[in-house]
Design a protein around this ligand. Structure first.
Ligand SMILES: CC(C)(COP(=O)(O)OP(=O)(O)OC[C@H]1O[C@@H](n2cnc3c(N)ncnc32)[C@H](O)[C@@H]1OP(=O)(O)O)[C@@H](O)C(=O)NCCC(=O)NCCS
Length: 203
């Protein structure tokens, strides 16, 4: 049976089998994996750096622990995780839940795990009074884009060259995808923008 539980600090070093993340220009990426070699991290004392707030994920975990959920197999193997946060202006009706990262280990895919983790993040965002949930995804990540559409998300805007190049790859655009929550009764938050934007234009 799968256990869904809150993240612990140690979990941040146990995800190398689940995937790799490639950086976005801003903190709002949605990718899989933390990309930190566990042995190297431990050898270099990165656990204590993390505890001191030295990583983005560590800071996010400290601020929004309820948005960090792990799926664990009966044997203790990590199956997947979701990381998120709440952000935005309430006055401008932009208060929302944000998916920072979502990943499921290859051997546990197509079991409905990502859908379940997204459902939990949406429930938390509902309870916090969010108007919508959003995420950024590479335009080339068709599996994820299609999954989000299946889960009720639509493209709100395209962000040009949101993901910065690595290993000689070109910069890549992101889709900012959104799903309205019940507080947004008129679904104003998901009306698509007519033009693409640049990373520096997004808040
Ligand atoms: C994208 C990802 C999180 C999906 O995880 P998952 O647990 O396999 O997804 P689910 O089983 O919950 O799938 C939900 C629905 O999404 C769609 N879907 C998911 N993976 C799919 C695939 N490989 N091909 C086609 N449709 C797919 C299906 O409609 C599926 O419903 P169904 O199985 O009833 O048909 C996983 O493939 C992954 O970790 N990929 C690498 C990291 C990544 O891209 N993260 C997202 C970045 S924003």
């Amino acid at each position: 049976m799968t256990t869904l539980r809150a993240f612990t600090c140690d979990d941040l070093f146990r995800f190398n089998n689940i995937g790799q993340h490639r950086g976005a220009r801003r903190g709002g990426r949605c990718e899989g994996g933390l990309g930190i070699p566990v042995s190297a991290a431990r050898a270099n004392g990165i656990t204590s750096m993390f505890l001191a707030g030295g990583s983005t994920e560590g800071k996010y975990l400290a601020h929004w622990p309820e948005y960090f959920i792990v799926a664990e197999a009966p044997g203790g193997e990590l199956m997947g995780y979701i990381m998120g946060k709440a952000e935005g202006s309430v006055a401008r009706e932009e208060w929302h839940g944000h998916v920072t990262a979502l990943s499921v280990a290859p051997e546990f895919r197509r079991l409905g795990l990502a859908a379940k983790l997204m459902e939990l993040l949406e429930e938390i965002s509902e309870r916090k009074g969010g108007f919508f949930v959003d995420l950024f995804v590479r335009v080339s990540n068709q599996v994820a884009v299609n999954m989000y559409k299946q889960l009720g998300y639509s493209v709100y805007r395209t962000v040009i060259e949101y993901y910065s190049a690595s290993n000689g790859e070109p910069d890549e655009d992101a889709y900012d995808m959104r799903k309205a929550l019940s507080r947004d009764t008129e679904k104003k938050s998901i009306i698509p923008l007519p033009h693409p934007v640049r990373p520096e234009d997004i808040e």
